[in-house]
Ligand binder design. Structure first.
Ligand code: KIV
Length: 266
């Protein structure tokens, strides 16, 4: 068995005040790179719907697709904790189907934990999964599966009433037994307050620096997705530009007969 991080290691790290690192991966090579770089948690996000499959939202992503991608990531991971997203409609319908679908991500996909979106409304669901020993990461704030209710991908919790509700949501996730929670697209001051009130690690994305850890969608931070990039994304490298040049060079060299050269031939 691989000696991967567990939720207990993440807990210890949180208690020791060491910031938690998380990035997304959807396949074997990316998982290997992240794992070798020492990432704490690899998330198979349902963001694969937008950054890999090319959908406008995460809503069409199916459980079968999540299992397929989770398997690839698990094969490429030695040390990181692997968390897989429960896609839209795989956990909201009823508790038995939530248990079954989360169980499939663990049993067939090989994930160590699952993530689901929602706060107070998901309390019983989180509890039901935790009760059958499936660790759960919560996710509140800008929850992409709620895009139609939110009227787009907008920062949440700017108004006092909204902020109060988000705090209740985060508390509900903790009370239900989640081992950690993603705070997405909320003001930094609110994320700081939630982080201070909770006793589980908060992982921020577009939520400022005061969270217990940070997550980004890898395709965004390496510039592999040339669609709209939110303000909170730091592009560490622009791979679209680099690869655009590489592919252009290949096309030209093949057209000119410069590739393959002697050393690439038998
Ligand atoms: O789907 C995803 O990649 C996520 C992260 C943005 C947290 O939920």
């Amino acid at each position: 068995m691989k000696k991967a991080k567990t939720v207990l290691d993440i807990r210890r790290q949180y208690e020791e005040g060491v910031r938690i690192t998380m990035l997304t991966a959807y396949d074997y090579p990316m998982a290997r790179l992240l794992d070798k770089a020492g990432i704490d948690i690899i998330l198979i996000g349902d963001s694969l719907g937008t950054v890999v499959a090319g959908y406008d939202t995460t809503l069409p992503v199916t459980l079968e697709e999540m299992i397929y991608h989770t398997r690839m990531v698990v094969r490429g991971t030695e040390k990181a904790l692997v968390v897989a997203d429960l896609p839209f409609l795989s956990y909201q319908v009823d508790l038995p189907s939530a248990r079954l679908n989360a169980g499939r991500l663990v049993k067939e996909g090989g994930a160590h934990a699952v993530k689901l979106e929602g706060g107070v409304a998901m309390r019983d669901t989180i509890r039901a999964l935790v009760d059958i020993d499936i660790p759960v990461m919560g996710h509140v704030g800008l929850t992409p599966q709620s895009v139609h209710r939110m009227g787009g991908y907008r920062v949440q919790g700017r108004k006092e009433e909204e902020a109060r509700r988000l705090l209740e949501d985060a508390r509900a996730v903790e009370e239900a037994g989640a081992f950690s929670i993603v705070l997405e697209g909320i003001p930094a001051a609110l994320a700081e307050r939630i982080t201070a009130e909770l006793h589980i690690p908060t992982i921020g994305i577009g939520a400022g620096v005061h969270c217990s850890g940070q997550v980004l969608v890898t395709q965004d931070m390496i510039g592999l997705c040339d669609k709209f990039s939110p303000k909170f994304v730091k592009k560490y490298v622009d791979l679209s530009e680099v690869l655009g040049e590489v592919f252009g060079t290949y096309v030209r060299e093949v057209q000119e007969g410069a590739f393959p050269a002697e050393e690439h031939s038998f």
